[in-house]
Write a protein that binds this ligand. Sequence first.
Ligand SMILES: Nc1ncnc2c1ncn2[C@@H]1O[C@H](COP(=O)(O)OP(=O)(O)O)[C@@H](O)[C@H]1O
Ligand SMILES: [Mg+2]
Length: 138
Amino acid sequence: MKQLITDSPERTKEFSKNFAKDLKPPKILALYGNLGSGKTTFIQGLAAGLGIKKRILSPTFVFIRRYDLSGGLKFYHVDLYRLDSERDVEAIGLKEILEEKAIIAIEWPEKVEKLLPEDLIKIKLETIGESKRKIQIS
Ligand SMILES: Nc1ncnc2c1ncn2[C@@H]1O[C@H](COP(=O)(O)OP(=O)(O)O)[C@@H](O)[C@H]1O
Ligand SMILES: [Mg+2]
């Protein structure tokens, strides 16, 4: 397990940008943590590290956003915050995406725990101060 404390959103992004460099698809990242703990911020750095130039926003009404990278690599940002029923899980087509050879980062993964494979990178974010976050990766 790897653990670090970051003291700014920039530091968090710098870390996740570097972290992205070692990721080879297929890879599923589950990001756990309360609202405001930095999941989306972490994913912004991750996307930058994967070579995505577009700004990553929190998908509010869209659950899944897909980014096509060079070399046929696909990156999915999944945010299940507003997902509230099993039926929705079917509707958004997450199951199919999880089978793809892509890099997939999921916010609120606990909502689809049963769908997730065992081979998962778990990233836990915790707010420990106004701009301090603890990040644990296992
Ligand atoms: N060290 C830090 N790492 C990440 N975000 C931080 C940090 N310190 C402050 N923040 C702020 O906390 C908020 C995190 O929001 P966001 O990444 O959207 O969280 P989540 O997706 O978990 O709800 C942002 O406003 C960000 O600027
Ligand atoms: Mg978010």
